[in-house]
Write a protein that binds this ligand. Sequence first.
Ligand code: ZN
Length: 144
Amino acid sequence: MRTILLLTLLVLGQTAFAACDVTITAGDGIAYDKTAIEVERSCESVTVTLKHTGSLPRNAMGHNWVLSKPGDLDAVAQAGLGAGLDNNYVPPGDARVLANTNVVGGGEETSVTISLADLPDAEYAFFCSFPGHWAVMKGTLKIT
Ligand code: ZN
């Protein structure tokens, strides 16, 4: 009896925490597997893991995950283009970049953890800042 109760609590605990961790994948095409991510405000932080399920190297078909305010997306992406692959196509020290992962290639994964205290709005934009990707490779992060 005790064992069953304990197992139930463990399962419930994992379910409660699962919503705070998000996995997003991208392959050798210019697309994420999801265009919307939703996390609950009750999460202290959210960890986004990006998995590149393709086989092309990062300099040919690299992907990253960058978070900004929706209105900053285009400007941040343009600035990232100039920053180059050495900077993961993210402008260094740019306050408009709220979070970002490294650029990964096929078979690699990367993650970033963001404190929700730093994200007071209800909606943000995420995108891949690899050259030519952000026009289509983007989505919304909603905090509900
Ligand atoms: Zn990409």
